[in-house]
Design a protein around this ligand. Structure first.
Ligand SMILES: Nc1ncnc2c1ncn2[C@@H]1O[C@H](COP(=O)(O)OP(=O)(O)OP(=O)(O)O)[C@@H](O)[C@H]1O
Ligand SMILES: *[C@@H]1O[C@H](CO)[C@@H](O)[C@H](O)[C@H]1NC(C)=O
Ligand SMILES: *[C@@H]1O[C@H](CO)[C@@H](O)[C@H](O)[C@H]1NC(C)=O
Ligand SMILES: *[C@@H]1O[C@H](CO)[C@@H](O)[C@H](O)[C@H]1NC(C)=O
Ligand SMILES: *[C@@H]1O[C@H](CO)[C@@H](O)[C@H](O)[C@H]1NC(C)=O
Length: 668
């Protein structure tokens, strides 16, 4: 059914030399059966001819390249070695596990090599890594179909198309969609809709112009491109160029497919025959039996059909609200929310209610219909049932905790592959937004508020560690997990959630859960959490609030440096106060700032035993106990042990959020 046609057409011309070098190269794949694409990692050609780039396993990447490289440069005297015009068309489909969440995206790639073993999955899309992203020596041109918003790459949203040169920060990007030929209106499309779609990439060698166009599967190429950029690809592409695709998954898995592909150099890409393409795999239930559709109308009158219609409607409605409920959950009954209520509270999880997305999933604002209570609903995608019971038990027991500096967990709800956690709504959002995303004209968080919030978080943590009926370890203390109520009081949120991902599939794997930059060294080594690993993260958090900088900051050379090392260098040089957030313009209490910074250093001590416990920290903060001087030996140990583990740095998602490291430090 699928076929591969490789065309090499030589146009009639006068000059023989020109004939060969400007030969119009074309190829077309209508399905990939029998093709000899060079594939690696998870990429494979399925028996029915689909090119499957990722296979539904988390943290994977896959590539597929046309086996031979192309000579795209015009080597005639008049051509000056410029990259010739070319055009590419391909049909793709992203089959995600969840209807509204997918990872991470895919890209069409032109590169000097087809060995991408050094590239990372997740937000790097299998194209680059922490060290080489954006480096001009990559010589990569790519068009990304990105389904997760990566703030580091200044992504506009979680559903966009972008033109990438040498790195993942796009030269140009726009919402996925197309401009209607008749009305000229923009119609948006959802990349992860599990539907096939077509992309056209056109480059004009003379005008140095790149156009990218997207359209639904069955639609002709729209006249107006989605993206248009001026860029001289002669400055990017090498003499010989490999053409192909890359795709990657992160914590969430998805399957990325290419159905057909064509190329034309110095000519249009041949049109892909849609009728010949293989079909995307279906997800979800099988369609109703044909017998039901054909026989029923013949034998019964129309009202029976009407009745059938009503039944289907009711069933649809039901399945829309279907929950997962097991026997053991009875005891947690009072904490259980009806999915229907949460669905209504958030108007069907509409985007306009989206508060933000974190490593665990998306958070929506909602108002419960009956109580009119404002809530934040966190949707956590979670497939494995393993450990769920323990987790729910823990979550609900934690749910009984009431403290003014801990975000109240109101309850939970479970659906297939998904857990919904319902929290009290915090009108002022998370602290990181106030520290980093200050909009033009918005004042920075003043020192008094910062000091107040530090005290709030400390007393929340004291409660978890020492005052409640059992010791609760937070596991993920960081600025984005500190939420601010209507009076700007700090409340610690998300406690215990990291536990959900804590169950290793086998005893050989140590799962370290937390956020890069806040992970204590012994936690990375042993995977074991303790109140002191929380204290480490708390120390980093203190530095973050005082300095207004992320735990891993850019140094003057554009490289990355741990905030703790930077503060420490200033401490050693006697210029500690220079690390206080410059945006405060000197408006801070020197004594308090010194206290917070020094405590930050003490808590982020690489030796767990040297860190103070939270009760001690509270006494220092309150001025009950004077702060001890850091001794030169302390400083020496601090300086020798960098604040974070270098090997963890190369692991993709951890740099920005929560993640799992498997046997990362096994050999250490
Ligand atoms: N209870 C809440 N009230 C108001 N906004 C909230 C609440 N909980 C979360 N948010 C918002 O939703 C965003 C995402 O939260 P979430 O906790 O999922 O992500 P995160 O803390 O950035 O990352 P991680 O999942 O790794 O902890 C937060 O940045 C915050 O702005
Ligand atoms: C996907 O590919 C990876 C790497 O080749 C492999 O380890 C994994 O088992 C595959 N998963 C499935 C579901 O086929
Ligand atoms: C790809 O490159 C890596 C080193 O960068 C090398 O170890 C590996 O063998 C290469 N793979 C192939 C298939 O050439
Ligand atoms: C870019 O990569 C080259 C070759 O790998 C390397 O020598 C150079 O230092 C890199 N440049 C930057 C800015 O990282
Ligand atoms: C890009 O699109 C513009 C606008 O439709 C068009 O004028 C131009 O010819 C296109 N360029 C290429 C290289 O297709």
């Amino acid at each position: 059914m699928s076929s591969l046609v490789l065309l090499l057409t030589i146009p009639l011309g006068l000059n023989l030399a020109a004939l060969i070098t400007t030969a119009n190269d074309q190829f077309i794949y209508s399905g990939f059966s029998g093709s000899n694409l060079a594939v690696d990692d998870t990429a494979t050609v399925t028996p029915d001819g689909l090119l499957e780039l990722t296979n539904g396993t988390a943290y994977q990447k896959g590539h597929a390249f046309h086996p031979a490289p192309f000579r795209l440069r015009d080597s005639t005297a008049s051509g000056n070695g410029k990259v010739r015009s070319f055009s590419v068309a391909f049909v793709f489909g992203i089959v995600s596990v969840y209807p509204d969440f997918s990872a991470h995206g895919m890209a069409f790639v032109m590169a000097p090599r087809r060995n991408f073993s050094d590239a990372l999955p997740a937000k790097y899309l299998g194209l680059t890594n922490v060290h080489n992203d954006g480096n001009a020596s990559n010589n990569i041109f790519a068009v990304e179909l990105d389904t997760i918003q990566s703030v580091e790459f200044k992504d506009i949203n979680a559903n966009h198309v972008g033109i990438d040169i040498n790195g993942l920060q796009s030269l140009r990007s726009y919402n996925a969609g197309y401009y209607d030929d008749k009305s000229g209106e923009f119609r948006s499309m959802k990349l992860i809709s599990r539907e096939a779609m077509q992309v056209w990439i056109d480059y004009h060698g003379e005008r140095k112009e790149i156009n990218v166009t997207l359209a639904p599967f069955d639609m002709a190429k729209p006249a107006r491109p989605l993206l248009s950029a001026s860029y001289d690809l002669s400055t990017v592409l090498t003499e010989l160029v490999y053409l192909g695709f890359s795709a990657a998954t992160g914590r969430v898995n998805s399957r990325h497919f290419v159905l057909g592909w064509s190329l034309g150099v110095s000519t249009e890409a041949p049109a892909i025959d849609m009728a010949k393409l293989p079909k995307l795999p279906r997800v979800g239930p099988k369609p109703r039996s044909k017998v039901f559709d054909i026989v029923l109308p013949i034998v019964t009158a129309t009202f029976v059909l009407g009745l059938g219609g009503i039944i289907i409607l009711v069933m649809r409605r039901r399945s829309r609200y279907t929950e997962l409920r097991e026997d053991w959950e009875v005891e947690f009954g009072p904490h259980r929310f009806l999915y229907k209520d949460l669905f209504r509270a958030t108007e069907g999880f509409k985007d306009k209610h989206l508060l933000g997305a974190g490593g665990f999933g998306r958070v929506y604002r909602g108002v419960l219909e009956t109580s009119k209570l404002e809530v934040a609903v966190k949707r956590v995608s979670h497939e494995s049932r393993q450990g769920m019971r323990e987790f729910i038990a823990e979550i609900t027991s934690i749910g009984r905790i009431r403290h003014r500096n801990l975000v109240e967990l109101l309850g939970y709800c479970r659906r297939k592959g998904e857990l919904l956690l319902v929290y009290a709504y915090m009108p002022n959002g998370s602290l990181d937004k106030h520290l980093y995303n200050t909009r033009e004209g918005q004042p920075t968080l003043n020192w008094a508020l910062r000091f107040q919030i530090v005290n709030d978080v400390a007393s929340g943590l004291l409660y978890l560690h020492q005052r409640w009926e059992k010791v609760v370890i937070h596991r993920d203390i960081k600025a984005s997990n500190v939420l601010l109520d209507k009076d700007m009081n700090g409340q610690l949120g998300d406690f215990g959630l990291a536990r959900l991902y804590d169950h290793g599939a086998d005893s050989q794997t140590t799962h370290v859960v937390g956020t890069m930059g806040y992970l204590a060294p012994e936690l990375i080594r042993t995977g074991r959490v303790s109140p002191l690993t929380d204290m480490f993260a708390f120390g980093i958090f203190l530095l973050e609030v005082a300095c207004g900088q992320k735990p891993i900051k850019e140094n003057a050379q554009g490289g990355q440096i741990a905030l703790v090392d930077w503060v420490l260098e200033h401490w050693r040089d006697g210029t500690l106060m220079e690390t206080v957030d410059a945006r405060l313009q000197g408006g801070f209490d020197i004594h308090q700032a010194g206290l917070v910074l020094t405590l930050g250093l003490m808590c982020s001590h690489p030796l767990a035993s040297a860190r103070p416990a939270i009760g001690q920290v509270m006494r220092y903060l309150a001025g009950v106990t004077p702060l001890p001087e850091l001794t030169p030996t302390d400083v020496l140990t601090l300086m020798q042990n960098k604040g974070f583990d270098e090997s963890a740095m190369s692991y993709p998602d951890l740099v920005s959020s929560f993640g799992t490291i498997s046997t990362l430090s096994g050999g250490r």
